[in-house]
Design a protein around this ligand. Structure first.
Ligand SMILES: Cc1cc2nc3c(=O)[nH]c(=O)nc-3n(C[C@H](O)[C@H](O)[C@H](O)COP(=O)(O)OP(=O)(O)OC[C@H]3O[C@@H](n4cnc5c(N)ncnc54)[C@H](O)[C@@H]3O)c2cc1C
Length: 581
């Protein structure tokens, strides 16, 4: 089953929900005209289905291979990466100063979704590179920018993010890698694990952004600095010089994303350059992580779309059972059965809701970057853990439904449904687990500011209420959802016990996600009711929004109860009781 980009829905979300025409009026985005954006979407969709999709399954079967410190990516990846660079895809969202195309994040997001849907393993290399570019753009010295950004934006050099160490995963305060000043640079020593595309054969150079400590640095997160450690040290003219002492000791054997090499990196007095100031590394890394967290959230959307397309195609072809009404003939395609329809609608409606939320957040990122109005950044900060946590958890459920629709064939590798589920499984773990996202949401984004941004956002949702009079079921489910979030925000802000706040953090994140998704589906139903010029699309959108309200949004009050009342049960057993059991 080959991937086809869902261009109709993407265009609908870009234009009707995310406000592409308003984004295009922001300074510097004048090139994002409807014609240009359309041409980009068409080209990206061709690249995704003609170049990346054909090497997705084979890449999974073959995997990347490590030998003597070098990594060979699966057949076709090198050629595809060359085409990625030639197409200028990596340059899309970056400023023209270093060769970027200066297009809005919103447009780049739609392209990113296509690349990830068609080949998630491949897409991780650009994802990490874009995060590194972003960090250098915002925190690097002019000399670093001059030396590295051009090649990275072009794609001939790629970037990585080196945070994790064996003893430092979620808790980066435990990072031990050392950085000792040596003239104009630092000598970096230590071991990093799980480094995505830490070594590979796609680009001529790899630039590692590494978290490390200087000898005098304070303990904990306040003593972490960020360094740029190139695989090859560039000469002043930009050509490649000496090989740095940063090497890949091995790569991991893992559940999914087999084509994406996950490297153990060893640094032995490797030459590194300080990014920004000493001891401020973690805040710089957060810049990279926010971009990466958004992108991983988008992976949830992308895998869901891909899994849905596979399941739909199979459901149209697989013949089993008789029609419930007027049956009696032969076996019918399973898409006729209500329960199969239910699964397909769960997949479709949640995918569309997640896509809409992600694109709306991408548009807010554009507004935050180009205007002084702080409300956009506040909204982005509130929603990053939701996009990351909710879309990835839902992505796994959708990929799992994809296996279910295929029946036994879903469990067999050759249909590809199993690969989507295996690939999706990492998304709730890297870039901060769902638990970590939920604590960020509850602690930093809600409790710390007395729920101000969340309440302002809920105010926006309430404005929809009267407009939804023509869609009573959606109206009621959304109103119940808003009330549920409101009560949870009050509970979180009012609670004096952090354990009680955090015990319900993940259910609260889920609640925020399904209500934010319901918000977008309600807006989608309203836009479709006005008519977009495509009658069949509009009808399907309204029906999908109604389904989402009845099957997904309706869970909001129960989640509210879990958040507010569930803490007692979570902490009920003492550690001794757990151990005794
Ligand atoms: C395929 C893959 C690719 C990766 N790519 C990169 C990369 O490119 N760069 C990089 O630096 N890292 C990368 N990682 C590492 C990844 O980011 C970490 O695995 C992740 O942050 C979780 O850390 P951990 O594995 O040490 O789990 P732990 O931190 O040990 O967590 C174990 C469990 O405990 C929970 N937990 C931990 N602390 C708390 C807490 N304070 N409160 C509540 N619950 C908590 C977690 O939610 C989790 O459920 C990658 C990992 C994998 C598997």
């Amino acid at each position: 089953m080959s991937y086809q980009a869902p261009l109709k829905d993407m265009r609908f979300v870009l234009n009707e929900l995310a406000g592409l025409s308003e984004v295009a009026k922001l300074p510097g985005y004048q090139d994002a005209t409807p014609d240009t954006v359309d041409a980009i979407l068409e080209e990206a969709s061709k690249f995704a289905s003609e170049v990346l999709d054909p090497i997705n399954f084979s890449g999974d079967q073959e995997g990347s291979i490590w030998k003597d410190g070098a990594v060979t990516t699966p057949k076709g990846f090198k050629q595809a990466y060359k085409q990625y660079v030639a197409g200028g895809w990596g340059a899309l969202p970056f400023g023209p100063e270093h060769g970027g195309q200066g297009l809005p994040k919103l447009v780049a997001t739609a392209v990113e979704e296509m690349l990830t849907s068609s080949n998630m393993s491949f897409s991780l290399c650009p994802l990490l590179t874009q995060g590194a570019i972003h960090a250098l753009e915002l925190c690097g010295s002019d000399a670093l920018k001059q030396a590295y950004l051009g090649k990275m934006i072009e794609g001939t050099w790629t970037g990585t993010m080196n945070l994790t160490e064996p003893q430092a995963g979620s808790d980066l305060a435990l990072v031990r890698t050392r950085a000792v000043r040596h003239g104009d640079h630092y000598k970096i020593s230590g071991q990093k694990i799980f480094i995505t595309y830490g070594e590979h054969d796609l680009s001529e150079n790899i630039l590692h952004l590494v978290l490390a400590r200087t000898p005098e640095a304070p303990e904990g997160v306040k003593g972490i600095s960020l360094f740029l450690v190139p695989k090859f040290l560039p000469k002043p003219d930009g050509s490649l010089g000496e090989r740095n002492s940063a090497r890949c000791a091995s790569i991991e054997h893992k559940l999914g994303i087999h084509a994406s090499p996950t490297a153990v990196m060893v640094f032995e007095d490797a030459v590194g350059y300080l990014v920004g100031e000493e001891n401020k590394g973690l805040s710089y890394m957060f810049i990279m992580m926010n971009a990466a967290r958004f992108s991983v959230g988008l992976e949830g959307v992308s895998i869901s779309e891909r899994a849905f397309q596979g399941a739909l195609a199979y459901a149209k072809e697989r013949l089993q059972g008789r029609d419930l009404v007027g049956g009696g003939g032969g076996a019918v395609p399973i898409i006729r059965h209500p329960d199969v329809r239910r699964m397909l609608m769960l997949m479709k409606s949640q995918t569309e809701a997640m896509r809409a939320l992600a694109y709306v957040v991408a548009a807010a990122m554009d507004f935050a970057q180009k205007t002084q109005d702080m409300k956009h950044q506040a909204f982005v900060e509130l929603m990053i853990p939701v996009v990351k946590g909710w879309s990835t958890e839902t992505g796994i459920q959708v990929a799992s439904l994809g296996v279910q629709v295929h029946g036994g064939m879903g469990f067999i590798e050759e249909t590809g449904a199993a690969q989507h589920l295996r690939d999706a499984r990492i998304t709730t773990i890297y870039e901060g687990t769902t638990g970590i996202q939920a604590m960020d949401l509850v602690g930093r984004k809600i409790a710390r500011e007395g729920g101000a941004t969340a309440k302002a956002w809920l105010g926006e949702l309430k404005k929809l209420d009267a407009k939804l009079s023509g869609h009573p079921e959606i109206r009621k489910a959304l109103a119940d959802g808003v009330k549920a979030v409101e009560e949870c925000v009050e509970f979180i802000v009012g609670s004096k016990d952090p354990r009680a706040q955090f015990a319900g953090a993940v259910p609260f994140l889920t609640l925020m996600g399904i209500v934010a998704g319901g918000w977008q589906m309600a807006r989608a139903a309203l836009a479709a009711s006005k008519g977009t010029g495509d009658d069949s699309f509009d009808k399907a959108k309204i029906a999908t929004a109604r389904f989402y309200a009845d099957h997904v949004l309706v869970q909001a009050p129960a989640l509210r109860n879990t958040v507010v009342n569930g803490a007692a049960g979570v902490m009920a057993l003492s550690e001794e009781q757990f151990l005794a059991a």
